[in-house]
Write a protein that binds this ligand. Structure first.
Ligand code: ZN
Ligand code: ZN
Ligand code: ZN
Length: 506
């Protein structure tokens, strides 16, 4: 084997350091490009590659693309082994939850400005259950503050130029300011949850089972001892899951669908009775495409806007407008596909999350613990919490959007969805013969002091009266008008309606 001589000292790496900053330092100290490093340190598979080296060889979790012996010889310690130990120490307490390690780490670089100012980046910064630097309690950077692009967490030039420098020229760390002796600097973990997490490695949580969405929980909640709510569910026979092969029966899946539909309906009703109370005629006007005649549609009330699109996006209905008022837009033909193996939710937007919780619950709970009432409670709670928060998100943008008569695309709605899912964890205690106890933990978010207030364009009695006398001009209706009377006015108006609706199509 060829001996590679590089400038390197073992002391330049720290506990929990990620290979990303180790390689950036190697690159800096030796004026070696990343592609040279990967060729020199690469595994035999990588060395054989004639073409470009793909990302699978550039990742840091397994370090699959690197040769263990070369790394050990050159760096003076077994980086592959140490890296594996570090990762296991961080995600060890999560071993029950059967995920690939990569689910627990961000795939874009997240860094602490303080740590990186002396060349240090940690696996803890990449850990998804952490939002702040555990050494400095500072918020982590998720993207370059100059070009707003994310940097892939790989040994790659895709978004980086010189060591520690973004392609756009922004220096994440300024090597001229720091001396190499800074690389010896000791870092002390400050965050108590992280310390507790690391010290509990593999212990303490064994007699509890946790239920959570990996992207929507935090270490703090996992370590927290003060729950928001504690509930007990009786383990009497008729509360238990009885389906064969550890699955639910068709009736039980139907009950879950009905719960979900009912909870959505009751929130819908609640909103219309409270914040939307004075806007029922506004909703009627907008949702039924009501107009006084072949003129421009009236201004959209922001409350009606928020409600109509909140509802459409949660249910993933194809149209925001509704012509047949009698038809139930929640329970549609899909219901026929509901089976023992196929779940269905009315709130389609969060279907994947509900399904994930459902499956995790069945997966992690042994036969005895599988209390059906508890599963229903979890799914209902998640749905209700989401629906309320998601309405606030729509209300937030309703002012400008109703004015411009536009609607965000799905790519903008998904981030609204993400922020509407509160961080939470449900801890299931070991069940007794009689009952199972659960503790629900969530992060208390400060309720916004000033709830968004808008001026309703239809607040007067007269407006209400006018709306009641308006007629519906939906695309199908105006197309029929053109068909029965193909005048240029009718054709012109049809064009206008089609355009208006198209602008408001998600
Ligand atoms: Zn830091
Ligand atoms: Zn940049
Ligand atoms: Zn209104």
């Amino acid at each position: 084997m060829k001996q590679i001589n590089i400038i390197w000292r073992k002391e330049w790496t720290k506990e929990y350091e990620s290979p990303w900053s180790i390689f950036e330092k190697v690159s800096l100290a030796n004026l070696a490009a990343r592609n040279v490093i990967i060729r020199e340190f690469g595994s035999s598979d990588v060395k054989k590659l004639k073409s470009a080296i793909g990302n699978i060889w550039r990742e840091f979790i397994t370090l699959e693309g690197f040769d263990e012996d070369i790394l050990t010889n050159v760096l003076g310690f077994n980086l592959k082994y140490q890296n594996n130990q570090t990762i296991n120490k961080i995600i060890g307490p999560l071993h029950k939850y059967h995920h690939w390690p990569n689910i627990w780490f961000r795939n874009h670089l997240r860094w602490c400005q303080q740590c990186i100012s002396s060349g240090f980046h940690s696996w803890l910064h990449q850990f998804i259950l952490i939002d702040k630097c555990p050494y400095h309690e500072m918020d982590l950077m998720e993207e370059c503050p100059k070009c707003f692009k994310q940097i892939p967490f790989l040994l790659s030039d895709v978004r980086l130029s010189k060591p520690f420098t973004c392609k756009c020229g922004f220096a994440l760390s300024n090597p001229i300011k720091w001396l190499w002796r800074d690389w010896n600097k000791a870092y002390v973990l400050q965050n108590s949850s992280v310390l507790q997490w690391i010290s509990n490695y593999g212990g303490a949580v064994e007699d509890e089972t946790w239920l959570f969405l990996p992207q929507h929980t935090s270490l703090e909640l996992m370590c927290c001892i003060k729950p928001q709510q504690i509930r007990r569910f009786s383990n009497q026979h008729n509360n238990m899951i009885r389906g064969s092969n550890f699955r639910l029966t068709l009736e039980q899946n139907k009950a879950i669908f009905d719960d979900n539909k009912d909870i959505f309906k009751s929130i819908d009703r609640y909103l219309r009775k409270t914040i939307l109370y004075k806007h029922s005629h506004c909703i009627k006007q907008f949702r039924e495409l009501r107009n006084t005649g072949q003129v421009e549609f009236p201004r959209i009330c922001p409350y009606a806007y928020a409600y109509v699109f909140w509802r459409q996006s949660i249910l993933k209905n194809s149209n925001f407008y509704r012509v047949n008022r009698r038809a139930d837009d929640i329970e549609n033909d899909d219901i026929k596909t509901l089976s023992e193996t196929h779940l269905l939710f009315a709130t389609k937007l969060i279907g994947d999350e509900l399904k994930y919780l459902y499956e995790q619950y069945l997966e992690i709970n042994k036969l005895k613990e599988r209390n059906f009432q508890l599963l229903r409670w979890i799914l209902k709670k998640f749905t209700a919490d989401f629906c309320f928060k998601f309405f606030d998100e729509w209300l937030l943008i309703a002012g400008d959007r109703s004015e411009s008569k536009t609607v965000p695309r799905w790519t903008n709605i998904y981030p609204m969805k993400q922020v509407s899912i509160s961080k939470f964890i449900i801890k299931l205690k070991k069940p007794t013969e009689d009952f199972i106890e659960v503790a629900y933990y969530t992060k208390q978010t400060m309720k916004q002091q000033t709830i968004t207030e808008y001026k309703c364009p239809n607040y007067s009695q007269r407006s209400k009266y006018i709306i009641n006398t308006m007629r519906t001009y939906d695309p199908l209706g105006v197309a029929m008008d053109v068909y029965s009377s193909p005048t240029s006015e009718n054709k012109q108006f049809k064009k206008y309606v089609d355009q208006y609706v198209a602008r408001l199509e998600i």
